[in-house]
Design a protein around this ligand. Structure first.
Ligand SMILES: Cc1cc2nc3c(=O)[nH]c(=O)nc-3n(C[C@H](O)[C@H](O)[C@H](O)COP(=O)(O)OP(=O)(O)OC[C@H]3O[C@@H](n4cnc5c(N)ncnc54)[C@H](O)[C@@H]3O)c2cc1C
Length: 486
């Protein structure tokens, strides 16, 4: 049912609704707290990238946020309100807005990046000391990271028991639809208008992101359309097809979930309402959402992990020295290993990469090239539209073997075998490396094995892979053995 609140009295007090990574109007606990509390909501966004510690959002993420904020403002205006955008220190801006508007409360939904958790705690304490009602809510997760603990009271480090406990504890709140009208402060309040969105310079000056928007539409509407398409076309068979990168077999909801354009509760609710969907596929999808929960659990309890190994055994691991030429070849899809290069080019062109391929390119970087996972995590951070400190950290540490419940270091993805298994007709490779489309199968998976055909049919593609795969594997294993026995 659409929520249509009784319009607050003209004299109703104001509450700032501080939007962050929760850019939606439905299932929005901060907005709801304002409306249910009888306040007039004053929606604000504060741009403060230097408060994110060493993980200020990357370029692709900024490009997405620009569009998502514009979409949120449109939605608010359709309902009689608007978004005010500011840039600068969050606390000072919130305090100034409180002073101008006479607001009595500030509401927001929680984020879990370590620098932000610290900042928000400080802001809440300061605002409360000033006599304001300052409250934060869970708007991003099924479970707060502190809701689940092992029998010993410790954080989980292994996914399966975490997820077992989660499924037992599960209570999803009822969906809350976006209000039909949202009251706005009357003109009597001298509230600053804020900046035009363009002033934040989030959108790239040169339109290198054009390819992103052929695939994605930021904002709540785009999120719901992506979910509808997934439920109509891909939930059936998800458990197996999700590993095939040439197919559109996953939900592609990751950026929408990261920016909070749709709540995870609503995704779960819609999924469960599909009684025709095969239970195995539904369970598998929920489990993937569970990995997202687990990643946030880990980030909260182990806040050092975006920058250093969770598993201390790897503290002295013999990573190869950073080699810019090699790193650059990896970043730009010029390693000579087609499935790796295809993935990296998909990432650059669309801001997104299929999960199976993320694992392959990450494994290749950390194991065959023996580069520290941080180099890869940083590149993903800058280029992914779904760049998320919890999920990215977990993805990289898991693949590198340094994280929680990680693939053991010695278990290495062979990129050629992976390509044969998950891109058996070579369609994914041909799509992102059109120069290899004319190379017959199975040569397309390892073209260096026939240099003459490669030179004749794809003269611009690297003749040799950056490292011999067998030699790279052996060197990685030797480094691992040395570290394991030290
Ligand atoms: C090296 C590496 C880096 C990664 N970096 C990120 C990142 O920065 N942001 C990000 O959202 N995901 C990241 N992932 C996880 C995963 O690849 C993406 O979430 C997934 O590909 C998104 O596509 P989808 O929405 O179609 O997924 P679906 O298969 O439709 O899954 C549904 C949702 O579940 C969540 N999910 C799925 N798989 C995972 C996973 N392994 N870990 C955590 N959550 C998951 C996502 O929110 C996803 O949208 C990374 C994985 C690896 C291996």
């Amino acid at each position: 049912m659409p929520h249509d609140p009784h319009p607050p009295e003209a004299t109703a007090p104001i509450a700032l609704v501080w939007f962050r990574d929760d850019l939606r109007l439905d299932d929005q606990p901060a907005l709801r707290a304002a409306i249910d509390g009888g306040y007039v909501p004053l929606p604000v966004y504060v741009h403060a990238p230097d408060e994110e510690g060493s993980w200020a959002p990357g370029a692709a993420s900024n490009a997405w946020r620009h569009r998502s904020l514009a979409a949120l403002d449109r939605q608010l205006r359709e309902r009689g309100s608007r978004l005010r955008v500011f840039a600068g220190p969050s606390l000072s801006i919130l305090q100034a807005l409180v002073a101008f508007s006479g607001a009595q409360a500030v509401f927001w939904t929680r984020r879990y990046a370590p620098a932000i958790e610290q900042r928000d705690t400080m802001i809440k304490r300061t605002l409360r000391r000033q006599g304001l009602r300052a409250e934060s809510f869970n708007g991003a997760l099924l479970f707060e990271p502190w809701d689940l603990a092992t029998q010993q009271g410790d954080p989980y480090r292994v996914f399966t028991p975490f997820w077992k406990a989660a499924v037992q504890a599960w209570r999803t709140p009822r969906p809350w639809d976006a209000p039909v009208r949202i009251a706005a402060p009357d003109d009597g309040h001298a509230i600053p208008d804020g900046l035009p969105l363009e002033a934040l310079r989030l959108a790239p000056a040169r339109p290198w992101d054009a390819g992103f928007w052929q695939r994605f539409t930021p904002g709540g509407q785009g999120a719901r359309a992506a979910l509808d398409a997934f439920l109509d076309e891909a939930i059936e068979g998800y458990a197996t097809a999700r590993d095939v990168p040439a197919r559109r077999a996953t939900s592609r909801l990751s950026p929408h979930l990261h920016f909070g354009e749709i709540s995870v509760q609503r995704v779960v609710d819609r999924l469960r309402a599909r009684s025709d969907a095969p239970p195995g596929d539904v369970a598998h999808y929920l489990r993937e959402l569970g990995w997202r929960e687990f990643a946030h659990h880990l980030l909260h309890h182990f806040p050092h992990t975006p920058d250093s190994n969770l598993n201390p055994r790897f503290q002295d691991f013999d990573w190869a020295p950073a080699d810019e030429a090699r790193l650059d070849a990896w970043r730009h899809g010029r390693t000579g290993v087609p499935i790796v290069d295809a993935g990296m080019r998909e990432l650059y062109a669309t801001g997104w990469m299929h999960n199976r391929v993320r694992m392959i390119v990450a494994s290749y970087l950390c194991k065959h090239l023996r580069m520290h996972w941080r180099h890869g995590a940083r590149w993903f951070w800058d280029t992914l539209v779904d760049a998320d400190l919890a999920n990215n950290t977990q993805g990289w540490q898991w693949t590198a073997g340094t994280g929680a419940d990680a693939a053991p270091y010695f278990r290495m993805f062979n990129p050629v075998t992976q390509a044969r298994s998950f891109d058996p007709d070579g369609r994914y490779i041909a799509r992102w490396l059109p120069e290899l489309a004319g190379i017959p199968l199975p040569l397309r998976f390892a073209p260096w094995t026939d240099p003459r055909t490669l030179a004749a049919l794809a003269p611009d593609y690297p003749r040799q892979p950056l490292v011999d795969l067998a030699a790279g594997r052996e060197a990685a294993l030797a480094a691992y053995r040395a570290c394991a026995s030290s």
